[in-house]
Write a protein that binds this ligand. Structure first.
Ligand SMILES: NC(=O)C1=CN([C@@H]2O[C@H](COP(=O)(O)OP(=O)(O)OC[C@H]3O[C@@H](n4cnc5c(N)ncnc54)[C@H](OP(=O)(O)O)[C@@H]3O)[C@@H](O)[C@H]2O)C=CC1
Ligand SMILES: O=C(O)C(=O)[C@@H](O)[C@H](O)C(=O)CO
Length: 282
């Protein structure tokens, strides 16, 4: 894999644009698959307390920094780890305690990015939770703080209440759910867009337009879609369960989509969600 470009966040932090997602990776597989991803050239790992696999991710990171690293020793600054505060841990004190647990599971002195996993507006605790993340950043325990699954009204309220713009909003985004209104607000506020379920959990892989574009480049549909995300400027974190797919998804720097292909993909937006809608999660 050619080194992924990075996306600048506030305060001099930069996140690799291509990362590896670990939702539904069983705890016993997390160290191996995160290690496979690092060996394939990924430098960013996306986990969460809810995934139950932070310990394995932390072990893979520490192994990559050790003298017996399978593919050459890396410095901690070369790796980027994201975790998230789960819904039942929202609130100022609860979020601080949840972060203590995540940090202990990961076994890392500093976490690169910590997100509020879902806004959970009916709990009405996301502003307090965000203040806890700011405190963690000020204490040097996280480098950047952000949110996930926030809709425009949640972002606006957070910015009004705290005077802070989250570094990242991680949302479901792929060719069938292009999130144009939200991305326009991100651009206005200066929030980086990160795509979860960038392959729509596999649902889009049979799309005939995407298949035609992939065939034209001699790549898989997954590769064409990941390439589209990169060209859109989105941070992208595909998950895969085999070393072969992990490598395939990172082999996306040797071709470029044409303007016509990007236009055809723009026409695929249909509001399809492969995961939950933020209104339904509390
Ligand atoms: N903040 C949030 O609320 C959320 C965050 N996320 C994050 O985003 C990450 C990615 O999203 P996720 O939901 O996992 O879904 P993805 O869109 O990344 O799709 C993963 C699915 O696609 C399959 N797949 C991957 N690569 C290929 C390929 N090259 N060819 C064919 N099939 C392929 C995988 O199969 P297999 O595993 O069998 O290889 C898996 O079934 C998560 O792992 C997590 O880190 C996800 C959901 C919500
Ligand atoms: O993966 C995550 O981070 C999630 O929160 C989701 O998968 C969420 O639980 C969902 O969308 C379930 O369909």
């Amino acid at each position: 894999m050619i080194a992924s470009p990075t996306v600048p966040l506030a305060r001099g932090v930069a996140i690799p644009q291509l990362g590896f997602g670990l939702y539904k990776v069983p705890p016993e597989d997390a160290e191996r698959l995160a290690g496979d991803a690092i060996a394939a050239g990924y430098r960013s790992l996306d986990t969460a307390a809810m995934y139950g696999n932070e310990a394995g991710v932390g072990r893979a990171v520490r192994r990559a920094m050790s003298d017996d690293a399978p593919s050459g020793r890396l410095d901690r600054t070369e790796l980027f780890v994201t975790t998230k505060i789960w819904n039942t841990d929202q609130g100022y004190d609860a979020a601080l305690r949840a972060f203590d647990r995540s940090q202990a599971e990961l076994g890392l002195d500093v976490v690169d990015l910590c997100l509020i996993h879902w806004p959970c507006p009916r709990r009405d605790l996301y502003v307090d939770t965000y203040r806890a993340l700011i405190r963690l950043r000020e204490d040097g325990r996280v480098r950047a703080v952000g949110v996930s699954n926030f809709q425009p009204e949640h972002l606006r309220r957070l910015v009004d209440a705290t005077g802070e713009v989250p570094a990242v909003n991680q949302v479901e985004l792929h060719p069938w759910l292009q999130q144009r209104e939200l991305r326009a607000l991100h651009a206005e506020l200066g929030v980086a867009t990160e795509a979860w379920s960038p392959l729509a959990r596999g649902h889009i892989l049979e799309d005939p337009v995407l298949r035609g574009i992939a065939e034209a480049h001699g790549v898989s549909v997954a590769q064409a879609v990941i390439r589209w995300h990169l060209e859109e400027g989105t941070i992208v974190i595909p998950k895969a369960s085999s070393p072969q797919r992990i490598r395939e998804n990172a082999d996306v720097f040797g071709f470029a989509l044409t303007d016509g292909e990007r236009e055809r993909i723009a026409g695929l937006d249909r509001g399809f969600r492969s995961g939950s809608h933020p209104d339904d999660v509390n």
